[in-house]
Ligand binder design. Structure first.
Ligand code: MUC
Ligand code: MG
Length: 372
């Protein structure tokens, strides 16, 4: 039996290319959390548990994830069969509630290790690919309308992105909608414009804001209301023709079931960490697809490892109607992979090769790591 021999958690602070202004935080750097799982055959699997804005976005912080893994999760896993990720994760969930990001990273690392050992890609371990290129959005979030338009133009000229997500919810509804309308006008006919409110609107603000955004030609409204306001999301999805997407509210299959049964979203943003792992994220997608809810591949602005893992999973979905937003590595000034992921023709390429198909550059990782 090949055993799980060692588990290491590393936090690396990587600067962003510009301030990334979200409703709940302004990011000047990203705290990339990587887990390295060494197997008794010498193979090292890697997984990522990166979140956004410390504790501003989700319930798990980078430091808390590292502590939970080192103190509680790793001791439970050592000595177990490294070739049986599903059994190992089921055992772990019997002892650890929550901690979805940490569990996702461990599951990713186990699948990466197994894929490397067997010489097959992670997407094949998950059933095989439907596609190898995923249309990829970029978030225009410099905080300034003019700068966002320039950035959008540059992305279009480079043929890197023609789907743009605008982050709103920090300013008044009128100001935010004027900002979006100006960008939508400037890029009209050349790009899909979407907004993410990150839970910052009340129901009344959402009714007002969505009516304005619909007039401005916006295609999709992401998580306008608080994650726990499922009834409000159902009300908005029924009231407006424009697509309403659930993001923060989707914390695994049970939440997906609730949203699907109440008709509380037109689109699901599937995220591997928020769902609690690749298998749980696949279940979220399956529930969505069964309820005729369209799918979108979400990100927690991970570096190359979590981005590759997400890409492998999204490649297996029967349909990915709204594309994905796996641009995390492009938001950071430094690459921590030996070979960066490839972006061209408005898409990200799902890596080939065994397991995740990416290799961490350990010198660079050490350089940015908090623990030298
Ligand atoms: C979110 O809420 O979707 C994804 C892209 C981005 O700019 O922020 C994230 C988080
Ligand atoms: Mg979102």
């Amino acid at each position: 039996m090949t055993k799980i021999e060692r588990i290491e958690a590393i936090i690396a602070d990587v600067p962003t290319i510009r301030p990334h202004v979200l409703a709940m935080a302004t990011m000047m750097s990203q705290a990339v959390v990587l887990l390295l799982v060494t197997r008794s055959d010498g193979i090292v699997g890697v997984g990522e548990a990166t979140t956004i804005g410390g504790l501003a976005y989700g319930e798990e912080s980078p430091e808390g994830i590292k502590l939970a893994v080192e103190t509680y999760l790793a001791p439970l896993l050592l000595g177990h069969d490294a070739d049986q990720p599903a059994a190992v994760m089921a055992m772990l969930s019997g002892h650890v509630v929550g901690n979805r990001f940490a569990k996702c990273a461990l599951e990713t690392a186990l699948l990466d290790g197994l894929g490397q050992a067997r010489g097959i890609a992670m997407s094949e371990l998950l059933g095989g690919r439907v596609r190898s290129q995923l249309p990829v959005a970029w978030t225009l979030a410099s905080g300034e309308t003019g700068r966002d338009i320039e950035e959008g133009e540059a992305m279009l000229a480079q043929r890197r992105h023609n789907i743009f997500k605008l982050k709103i919810g920090r300013r008044s509804v009128a100001e935010d909608c004027a900002h979006v309308a100006a960008i939508a006008r400037a890029l009209e006919g050349r790009a899909s414009i979407r907004v993410d409110v990150n839970q910052h609107w009340t129901r009344a603000q959402a009714a007002d804001g969505i009516a304005r955004l619909q007039d401005a030609g916006v295609a999709l409204i992401e998580q306008p209301l608080r994650a726990d306001d499922v009834d409000g999301m159902a009300w908005l999805a029924n009231r407006f023709g424009i697509a309403v997407m659930a993001d923060e509210a989707l914390t695994g299959p049970a939440s997906a079931w609730r949203f699907a049964s109440l008709g509380a979203a037109d689109v699901f943003s599937v995220k591997i960490t928020q769902s609690g792992g690749l298998f749980a994220a696949r279940d979220v997608a399956t529930i969505g697809a069964a309820a005729n809810i369209a799918l979108y591949g979400g990100t927690m602005l991970e570096g190359g490892v979590g981005t590759a893992a997400s890409a492998h999973l999204f490649a297996t979905f029967g349909a990915l109607e709204w594309g994905c937003e796996l641009f995390g590595p492009l938001l950071m000034t430094e690459e921590i992979l030996e070979e960066p992921l490839r972006y061209s023709d408005f898409a990200i390429e799902v890596p080939g090769g065994a397991g995740l198909g990416v290799r961490v550059d350990h010198d660079r990782l050490r350089h940015f790591s908090r623990q030298k």
